[in-house]
Every structure is written in structure tokens, then in C-alpha cells.
Design a protein around this ligand. Structure first.
Ligand code: GDP
Ligand code: GDP
Length: 454
């Protein structure tokens, strides 16, 4: 890429964070108390603390950038939720299922001092069915005396058990070597097949109408298509022809299966949403038009934006919309959705099918923006005019100068601006606003990073 030649030495992470690159995903799965958190902390070392200090990292965050022997990957910690003892099996199975959807490889942790339990056996069945690479961690082998316990786990049929003491670090090197060996170079799901069908995720809090919409869309337009040449897809995804154009709806199995829904924000629902978003290029976030917007709704929207995916917001259940609610709805859009004013909104009814035909054009608009590349020449002409019309405010008598800018990547568009000093946040927002006014980018997040040249 010609533009990139201009910015040699620029670390990929500076262009948009770890999500910018499709690092392969390793998920840690296992029953409570087997030592998952201990292991995760050991793998991350001090990096975890760094991550938690980063602004914008929500408390729901469960994936962390990790590195072992020079191989970078995303570590997903699926164990961060309290389980009530009664529901343990269901919860662990749910966790494994999500990890399978999310991961390129699974690190399955068993307590070697306890041995394989029925719950472990159940997870093994799920893992085996999914066919993803599994590395078996026989944990709590604190010394040579425990090696026999580890060897007993061959019986699980998952291959070699790695005897490990997450607590003391014993054996973790061999374990991680096997784990990174099991990972592909780049994540299979985060990376869409080039020129393959566009990948869309239907997301939103429980009961907003995801499965109703899926059924409506599939029911009216479904055409059975054989795996198109050159496309790889998960069995949980569905390939659908919409007006003759193929689309992949990702993670539909998660939508169809009505998992027991607990009230309140659900850790696993949130993980599954993240998995679907990461597999997709564009996400439709469904919200319930007939009820007030909730924090859960805006959280899902943020997940899409943070992942750098194109976005469409669908106001569903429009048939239940009471005219009295109109002013409140407008106010919510102005207030709670102000950060995503650029996202196309469609009002639909998944139940009646009303206006569901407007989804595809909205998806296409968002994806077009997501793919947009502005040439370096045009971008710098734009910046020149912008600076001439509205220079950066003086700061202590000095003024950072903008040297030049380039678009470092598409999907989503990421810009790097080279300057002689840091830009005020207000000025960065101004640049973003003018970029959108000038070039559109409807439906796509864009990012701007600033690089100070000495
Ligand atoms: P999680 O629920 O699977 O995340 O398990 P934790 O990481 O919280 O560990 C549960 C308990 O097992 C804690 O008391 C840990 O200190 C202990 N533990 C974890 N790993 C080891 C280990 O390798 N050896 C020993 N002896 N204890 C461990
Ligand atoms: P999911 O949990 O997001 O998959 O939501 P569902 O598709 O299961 O829908 C939850 C409930 O809302 C069901 O009772 C649906 O029939 C109902 N529902 C979904 N879409 C609409 C709609 O557009 N209008 C009305 N009135 N009800 C809807």
C-alpha cells in the first residue's frame, strides 16, 4: 500500500489498537476454581494492569492483548462470572459454547488434583463437536508428585495433558507453546473472506426481536446455497440470498437457541454479542422502539463502535410505537445516541415485516463507508483548507502545526495525522466532524490518531 510507505515505523497498534489487527483468539475455559484466573494473570503478567488503566475499557471487557514467544494473540477470559452451584453445569456449558464461537483455539483447564468431573466431560463433548483446536491444561500440578494426576487426563481424549501450576508458573511455558502452535496466524473469524459475501451480525439485548427478524428475513428470502467457492464459514452462520446477493448472517445459532435468560445484564450474552460483532463486518443493533432506550442498548452499540465495525441501528417493534412516545424517542436519539449520529437508523417491525426491506440498503451504505479510501492528495487538500479556515488554537503562545495526513487503513477508515505537537481533543473532534461533513462515512466509525514529529 503506497500510503503506508509514508508512515514506516508506525506500529500497527497506533493505528487503531489491538482490534485493528485480527490477532488469533485463545479462550480459557473450565469449571469454577480450577485456576482459570490464576492462569490468565500469569499469561498476561503485568500487561493486565496496563489494560485496565486504558480509558474506554469497560468492566465487561474480557479479552486482552497477550503475547508469548513473540506471537501475539487475544486472550479471552470466560470465567469472570459468579456461578450459583445449582446452575453450574449449564453455566459452564454456556461458557464453553461462547468460547467456541469466539475462539480460534481453546485452552481447557482441568484441576488435576480433582480429576475429570461430569461437568468436564460435558465440556469435552461440546469442544469435540466444535472441532476447534483444544489444549488441555492439567492445573495444580505443583510438583513432580502431581504428574500422575495429569497423565490420568489422557482419558478425556483431548490429547496430551500439560501438567501446569498456574500458581507457581511450573509448566506454563510448554502449555503456552502448544497453545500458540494451535492458533492460526490470523483469526479465522475476525478476518472476512476477501470478496466473499458481506458478513452481518444481528445484535441487541434479549427480547428486542433478533430471532423474529432473522426468521422474517430468512423466511421470505431464503435460498439454499451451497458453500460458495472460496468461502469458509461456521455452521452457526447462514448464507442467504437477498435480492440475488449473498450475505452471511453470523452466529445465527446463538440467536435461534433460546438460552435460559437471566434478568439483568448477562455476562455470557455480552460475550456472545462480542463474538458475533467480531465475526461480522457490519452489525445491525436492534433496539425496542416501544420502550425506553436502556444502558444495555447503548452498551451493545459501543461494542460495535469499539470493534470498528460498520453499524446500522434498527428501531424494531415500530408497530407498538405509541405516538405519545415520539418526543421521548427523539430526545433519546439526540442525547443517548449523539455519539453515533452518523449511523443510519431504520424503523421496522420484525413481526409484520414492515420496512424490513430497508435494512439491506442501509447495510450497503454503511459498508460502503467502511470500505472508503480517501487519497492522500485529497485528504491533504481537505486538511489544508480546514486549517486555513480554522487554525488550531494557540497554546502558551505556540501552535501545533499539521504536517500531513494519510489514511492508514480502511474497514474502518483510520487516519494518521502528523503534527509538531499534540492536538487539543476539541480540535480532533472538529477534524472528525469536518471529515464526516466532507466525505460522509455514514454508518462507519472512523478513527484519527495523531503522531508528533520531533
Ligand atoms: P477460577 O475460578 O477457575 O478462575 O480459579 P482461580 O484462578 O480463582 O483459582 C481457584 C483457587 O485455586 C485459588 O485459591 C487459587 O489460588 C488456586 N490455584 C490456582 N492455580 C493453582 C495451582 O496451580 N496450584 C495450586 N495449588 N492452587 C492453584
Ligand atoms: P430476541 O430475544 O432478540 O431474539 O427477541 P425475539 O425475536 O424472541 O422477540 C421477543 C418478543 O418480541 C417475541 O414475543 C416477539 O414476538 C416480539 N417481537 C419481535 N419483534 C416484534 C415486532 O416488531 N413487533 C411486535 N409487536 N413484537 C415483536
Amino acid at each position: 500500500d503506497d500510503d503506508l510507505a509514508l508512515i514506516d515505523g508506525l506500529d500497527e497498534d497506533e493505528l487503531g489498537g489491538p482490534e485493528a489487527t485480527a490477532w488469533p483468539v485463545l479462550a480459557v475455559v473450565g469449571r469454577p476454581n480450577v485456576g482459570k484466573s490464576t492462569l490468565v494473570n500469569r499469561i498476561l503478567g503485568r500487561r493486565e494492569a496496563v489494560v485496565e488503566d486504558m480509558p474506554g475499557v469497560t468492566r465487561d471487557r474480557v479479552s486482552y492483548p497477550a503475547e508469548w514467544a513473540g506471537r501475539r494473540f487475544t486472550l479471552v477470559d470466560t470465567g469472570g462470572w459468579e456461578v450459583d452451584v445449582a446452575g453450574i453445569e449449564a453455566r459452564v456449558a454456556q461458557q464453553a459454547e461462547v468460547a467456541i464461537a469466539l475462539a480460534d483455539a481453546v485452552l481447557f483447564v482441568v484441576d488435576a488434583t480433582v480429576g475429570a468431573t461430569d461437568t468436564d466431560e460435558q465440556v469435552v463433548r461440546l469442544l469435540r463437536r466444535a472441532g476447534k483446536p483444544v489444549v488441555l491444561c492439567a492445573n495444580k500440578v505443583d510438583g513432580p508428585a502431581g504428574e500422575a494426576d495429569a497423565a490420568a487426563l489422557w482419558a478425556l481424549g483431548l490429547g496430551e495433558p500439560f501438567p501446569v501450576s498456574a500458581l507457581h508458573g511450573r509448566g506454563t511455558g510448554d502449555l503456552l507453546e502448544a497453545a500458540v502452535d494451535a492458533l492460526p496466524e490470523v483469526s479465522a473469524h475476525a478476518k472476512p473472506v476477501p470478496d466473499g459475501p458481506r458478513r452481518v451480525a444481528l445484535v441487541g439485548r434479549p427480547n428486542v426481536g433478533k430471532s423474529s427478524l432473522l426468521n422474517k428475513v430468512l423466511g421470505t428470502e431464503r435460498v439454499v446455497v451451497d458453500a460458495t467457492a472460496g468461502t469458509t464459514r461456521d455452521p452457526v452462520d447462514e448464507l442467504v440470498l437477498l435480492k440475488g446477493v449473498p450475505w452471511v448472517f453470523v452466529d445465527t445459532a446463538g440467536i435461534r437457541r433460546r438460552v435460559h435468560q437471566t434478568s439483568g445484564p448477562d455476562f455470557y450474552a455480552s460475550l456472545r454479542t462480542q463474538a458475533a460483532i467480531e465475526k461480522a463486518e457490519v452489525a445491525v443493533v436492534l433496539v425496542d422502539a416501544s420502550a425506553p432506550l436502556t444502558e444495555q442498548d447503548t452498551r451493545v452499540i459501543s461494542q460495535v463502535v469499539d470493534a470498528g465495525r460498520a453499524l446500522v441501528i434498527a428501531y424494531n417493534k415500530w408497530d407498538l410505537m405509541d405516538e405519545d412516545r415520539r418526543p421521548y424517542l427523539e430526545r433519546e436519539i439526540d442525547k443517548d445516541l449523539v455519539q453515533v449520529q452518523w449511523a443510519p437508523r431504520v424503523n421496522i417491525s420484525a413481526r409484520t415485516g414492515w420496512h424490513t426491506d430497508r435494512l439491506v440498503p442501509a447495510l450497503e451504505r454503511s459498508l460502503e463507508s467502511w470500505d472508503t479510501r480517501i487519497s492522500t492528495g485529497r485528504l491533504n487538500a481537505f486538511l489544508g483548507e480546514l486549517v486555513a479556515a480554522h487554525p488550531h488554537p494557540l497554546r502558551g503562545g505556540k501552535q501545533p502545526r499539521i504536517l500531513f495526513a494519510t489514511q492508514a487503513s480502511t474497514r474502518p477508515p483510520r487516519f494518521v495525522i502528523f503534527t509538531t505537537g499534540f492536538l487539543d481533543p476539541g480540535y480532533r473532534r472538529y477534524i472528525e466532524r469536518r471529515l464526516r461533513e466532507t466525505f460522509g462515512f455514514e454508518g462507519s466509525p472512523i478513527s484519527i490518531s495523531v503522531r508528533v514529529r520531533e
